[in-house]
Design a binder for this molecule. Structure first.
Ligand code: GH3
Ligand code: MG
Length: 512
């Protein structure tokens, strides 16, 4: 405004115009960087006018006079909006980000409110270009782009940019015709939603992207008494960052190394000094813990008969020397993948992917042993959904399952890596908090309880919220696994008796 007054006073003074023009450029750049859409839109015609200005005069002055009030109004509105809580975002910066590019914000208020309960920062942009820039700068886990039933030119440019930046995007369309789905697929859409978009659908789609298990590298143990063979295997496998290899030359150390390194695949020399690979395989298979670890023999043996006998005795594959890189890597990866899948099946609960009952108890026992050795406290909590039978009775079993899955997802997201989260069965969950005092555990479980109660579950018969009750017991106050479990169970029932939707701490104090 200060630079406009001099122009206004002398509308034929080019120097004054150019100071004013530079101020407008600066404001436009600020608006762009600050994603102040309204300001950017308001100032654009002014910048255009000033850029094209050759012989300024009264007509230009009148036009600027017309445009300026709009710019000021937009700046004022943007400033006051900044002062208030942001209207179009939910969540905080540490949570994974999902960006929605939509024509209007209003239809998504509910989604905005809900996504934060599911552990996401969620932002809606009506200016697609700004949304994309925001998504790129903040490494969004996913972008959802609303289509008008077709991919218009602007949306097409936007998703091309997303693809270029390696961001995953989903199409959201009012209709799901083959034609529009085909368009989306051709633009590398990760998925396709037909409006209206519900929080469950969105979360189910983006969860795998946000919580992609950063799988640890496959561990490969190679037992061979020849340093040359070990070096060759190492040279080949070291080119793959997702494979971690360890070499061993002494067969006598196989069991302790298996225990310590826990490989996903064992490469076993067929002929060694002092024993054969077959004998080593039999020793390994006699241990329950290693009865299903994949074994691939490294051998120069080409006799089919010998190979068949080796397979019969617990081998899974033969890699003939000289080892080919492709053959080795294929064998290692395919076997490791299958073995991991198998182990996962054995420890996971199929509905939720959390640890199952047996595995949770094993992990609890291990955690207590470790805590005892290190002298750190452990808290153990049992969570049970309140009136879950009513949920099933009112909304059906499938909705009941969704509530269980929602709680599982919620727990997984909110827990630390060192914590154990398991489903004990039914609507009962367990969390084991390593290095956690009773006060810390109570605070964390209370936060979970309140957060879960804020989630709305959508059904055809409307939305509802669900709660859980919890009981927490503490190690070493309850020094054995049995005592700990019984105490937490009693505390849970105290919560239920006291009216549900609360946490109770088992109250035995810690011995001196
Ligand atoms: P409370 O507040 O006392 O815990 O009451 P509640 O209704 O939650 O407890 P109750 O033990 O009476 O009922 C639990 C119900 O959970 C009964 C069972 O049919 C149901 N259930 C158990 N496992 C599953 C499951 O995997 N999926 C679904 N949908 N329901 C399950
Ligand atoms: Mg229950």
């Amino acid at each position: 405004m200060q630079s406009w007054r001099p122009v206004w006073q002398a509308s034929h003074d080019n120097a004054r115009w150019s100071v004013f023009a530079s101020h407008c450029d600066r404001l436009a750049a600020l608006a762009r960087d600050g994603e102040l859409d309204e300001v950017e839109t308001a100032i654009a015609p002014l910048v255009d006018l000033l850029t094209a200005l050759r012989q300024p005069g009264d007509a230009e002055k009148a036009r600027v006079d017309q445009l300026l009030p709009g710019v000021f109004a937009a700046v004022r509105a943007a400033l006051s909006q900044r002062a208030r809580a942001p209207e179009r975002s939910a969540g905080d910066d540490t949570l994974p980000l999902v960006v929605l590019l939509a024509k209007e914000i209003a239809p998504y208020h509910e989604l905005l409110a809900q996504m934060v309960h599911y552990g996401y920062t969620f932002k809606v942009f009506t200016q697609f270009r700004h949304g994309v820039r925001y998504a790129v700068m903040n490494r969004a886990v996913a972008v959802v782009a609303e289509l008008d039933g077709t991919l218009d030119e602007e949306t097409s440019a936007v998703v091309t940019e997303l693809n270029r930046c390696n961001l995953k995007w989903f199409a959201l369309s009012p209709e799901g015709s083959f034609k529009v789905r085909l368009q989306a697929v051709r633009h590398d859409a990760q998925g396709f939603f037909v409006a209206p978009l519900t929080v469950n659908t969105l979360v189910d789609a983006v969860d795998p992207l946000a919580f992609e298990s950063k799988d640890e590298p496959y561990r490969v143990l190679a037992l061979d008494d020849s340093p040359t063979v070990l070096a060759t295997v190492e040279r080949i496998l070291s080119q793959f960052p997702n494979i971690h290899m360890r070499g061993l030359r002494e067969p006598s150390r196989i069991l302790e190394t298996l225990m310590d390194f826990a490989p996903d695949v064992l490469l076993l020399d067929f002929h060694m000094d002092g024993c054969t690979g077959l004998e080593v395989a039999r020793i390994i298979r006699q241990n329950k813990a290693f009865e299903s670890i994949p074994i691939a023999y490294l051998t120069s043996e080409t006799s089919e008969e010998v190979q068949q006998e080796a397979m019969r005795q617990g081998g899974d594959d033969f890699l003939t020397k000289p080892i080919s890189a492709a053959q080795l890597v294929n064998a290692v990866v395919s076997k490791a993948e299958r073995y991991r899948g198998l182990r996962r099946l054995m420890v996971e609960d199929s509905l939720t992917g959390l640890f199952n009952h047996v595995k949770t108890k094993t992990l609890l026992q291990q955690t207590l042993l470790l805590a005892d050795r290190q002298g750190v406290p452990v808290s153990y909590a049992i969570l049970d959904i309140d009136h879950f039978k009513q949920v099933n009775d009112t909304y059906g079993h499938t909705t009941g399952d969704k509530v269980i899955k929602a709680l599982a997802r919620f727990l997984r997201q909110r827990m630390r890596r060192s914590d154990v989260v398991g489903r004990y069965g039914g609507e009962e969950f367990v969390v084991v908090l390593f290095d956690s005092t009773p006060e810390d555990a109570l605070e964390r479980v209370e936060t979970l309880r309140k957060g879960f109660g804020g989630i709305f579950h959508q059904t055809d018969q409307g939305m509802f919220a669900s709660t859980f009750s919890a009981g927490i017991a503490h190690f070493p106050a309850y020094p054995t696994m049995m005592e700990l479990m019984v105490a937490a169970d009693d505390a849970l029932y105290a919560s239920k008796r006291a009216g549900r939707n609360r946490c109770t701490l088992a109250d035995r104090s810690i011995p001196d």
